[in-house]
Design a protein around this ligand. Structure first.
Ligand SMILES: [Cu+2]
Length: 155
């Protein structure tokens, strides 16, 4: 009875991995796992995280983002200098062909300025990502309570 097992393994490994259920597909781009930690009342900024996969043969570039829930949204990278963690605005972030751009706590992130109302657990925050070639793509960030690791490197 070895053959059926081998056939099953081959069949499973031949399947392309499916995008996660919350993914937004736009041309060659798959955007998934978009979330933001709940922000305390009065916070001047909030962060957002997501993953952008580029299944295409051409490099893509994220040029910016906007949301009706914030005065402005910037692309930020996390920097380390002299042992101090800081962050810097990026005018553009690359999504290489067949590569991934991942925004995560302690790394690249979306930075929302003057979020209003403050991000509450359970909120869906609409964001428009602006790509150089693919144009605007609308996504929504799920707000959840920050885990203890999620604030590493932030504020
Ligand atoms: Cu930032």
């Amino acid at each position: 009875m070895r053959f059926p097992l081998i056939a099953f393994v081959l069949a499973v490994s031949a399947c392309a991995p499916k995008p996660p259920p919350d993914a937004v597909t736009h041309g060659a781009l798959i955007i998934s796992g978009a979330w933001a930690p709940a922000s305390p009342n009065g916070a001047q900024t909030a962060a957002g995280y997501l993953k952008i996969e580029n299944k295409g043969d051409r490099d893509e570039h994220l040029m910016g983002a906007a949301s009706p829930r914030a005065a402005s949204v910037e692309l930020h990278t996390t920097t380390m200098s002299a042992g101090m963690m800081g962050m810097a605005k990026a005018d553009v972030l690359g999504v290489p062909a067949h590569g991934v751009l991942e925004f995560k706590p302690g790394g690249d992130h979306l930075m929302f300025f003057n979020p209003a109302p403050p991000f509450k657990e359970g909120d869906k925050v609409p964001v428009t990502l602006q790509f150089k070639d693919a144009g605007p793509v609308g996504i929504s960030l799920s707000v959840r309570a920050p885990g203890k690791d999620d604030m590493a490197g932030m504020q």
